[in-house]
Design a protein around this ligand. Sequence first.
Ligand code: NAD
Length: 459
Amino acid sequence: MANNKNDNLTRRDVVQLGAAAALSAPFLQTVKAASNQIQLGLIGTGGRGQYHITHLNKLDGHKLVAACDLYEPNLKKAIADSKDKPQGYKDYRELLSRKDVDAVMIAAPLYMHYPMTRDAILAGKHVFCEKSLVFKPEEAFALRALMKEHSRQVLQVGLQRRYSQFYQVARQMIDKGLLGDVTNVYAQWHRNLVAKPSKNWIMKKNDPRGDDANWRLLKKMSGGLTGELASHQIDIADWMFGSHPEMVMGLGGVDYFKDGRDNYDNIQLIFRYPKGQRLMYSSICTNSHSPMFNASRTEFGEIIMGTKGTLHLTVGTDEEPALGLWFREPEKPAEAGAGAKPVVAGASLASTGKGSKSLPVLLGKDEVTEKDTFLSKEMKYARRWLYSKGVMVPEEDKNPVDTQLESFFECCRNGGKPKADIEVGLADSSAVMMSNLAMDEGRRVYFNEFEKMAAGKKA
Ligand SMILES: NC(=O)c1ccc[n+]([C@@H]2O[C@H](COP(=O)([O-])OP(=O)(O)OC[C@H]3O[C@@H](n4cnc5c(N)ncnc54)[C@H](O)[C@@H]3O)[C@@H](O)[C@H]2O)c1
C-alpha cells in the first residue's frame, strides 16, 4: 500500500483528483462463448511459459491444445499444470503443422523469437510473441515485410504495461496537459541477486542443457538486462514521449557476477529523443531499493517528469498490483512584496525541502457519472477519500498480463490492432540492439545506423 500522507487535502486537490478520474481508460470487452474458443499452442514452457499457463488457467475464450519444449521436465510440468492438458511436442514445427491450432504463444529465448514467429506466421497462425520481439536488425526488416503479406494475422508482443489501465491513464494525463511538457523519464530495474538468487540470472554450471540453460547471460542468445528488463521500460518512455530515441550512450559491465557470462550485470543508459527529451535508465543486480512510491516498492518502476508534475508508475507483480502516483510541481512563490520573507541564498528551503504530496492516479471505475445511483456515487466518493488519505490505493480489475492475453484472443477472433503491435515491438527491439551496441563499443549510437546494420544480411 502506498504511504500517502495527504492529510491537508485542499479543494483544488479534490478537483484535480476528479480530473484524473475523468480520464478513464476504456474497459476491455468481455470474452465470447465457448464455441468461439481460440485453439492455442504454447512454444517454450520454461519460466514464462509456465507463468502464462497459470494465467491461462483462469481465463476463458481459449483452449490450450498443444505445448512444445525441447526440455522434457519443463514440458511435462506445463502439461501437468494446464487445466487443458495440451498435447506435448519437442519440435515446434510439428505443433505448427496442426491445422486446428489458431494461434501460438512464443515464450522461448530471444534468439529463437524470429524463426519461430516467421514459421508460425507462414503456417497461418496468429502469434503472441514475448518481448523483445527480434534479436538482430535484419530480423526486424524481414518480419515487417512478412507481416505486410500476412496483414490479416495478428502479431502481438508481450509488453504488458501497454495493457495496464494505470499506464493508459498516465498517457491520457499527458495528452490533457496535466504534466505540462514531459521532458524526462527515469526508469530502473534493480535486483539483488546476492540476497535473492534467481535461477534464471545466475550461471548454471553442469546443466545438461549447456548454453540453453544460461541463454540470458550470453550475448549470442540474448540482449541481457537490456533485452530482458529495459525493453519493457524503454517502451514506456517511447509511449509517454510519443516518439522513439534518436541516440543512446551507455556504460555496461560484468562488474560483480564474474561467472563466465558476457552479458552485463550492471547497465546505465541515456537516450536522447527528438525534442531533446531524455530517458535515464539503470539496471543493476546488487541492490533492489527503489526511491519510487515513497520507497514502498522495490526493484522496478518508471518516473515520468513534466514541467507541471511527475508520475510514478509500476506494473507490479502478481503479489503487488500495478500502481500510479502523481506529484504536482510546487506553486510559483508569491510575488515578493512588503513583509515577504527573505529568500535563502541559493536554492530556497521551499524548493529543496518541501516536496509535493502524492495523489493516487485514479482509474475509470472511480469516475462519478450521471448514471451512478446515489449509493454508488457515495461509494466512489468514499473510496476516493480513502485513496487521498493513503488508506487504500486504486487497483485494476485485472492483472495487465490477463488483459493482454484476453485482448490477444479478441484480436484473433474479431481482428483489430493490438496495443503492443509489430511496430511497437520492432521499435523496442531496435532500442535494445542500439543500447547494447553503445555499451559494447563505448560510443554514442545514432538510431539512423539501424538500417545500415541490416544491409546485406539475410534473416
Ligand atoms: N513479458 C514479461 O514480463 C516476461 C517475463 C519473463 C520472461 N519473458 C520472456 O519470455 C521468454 C522466455 O523466457 P523464460 O524466462 O521462460 O526462459 P526459460 O529459459 O525459463 O524458458 C525458455 C524455454 O524455451 C525452451 N526452448 C528453447 N529453445 C527451444 C526450441 N527450439 N523449441 C522449443 N522450446 C525451446 C527451453 O527449453 C525453456 O524451457 C523470453 O523471451 C523472455 O524475455 C517475458
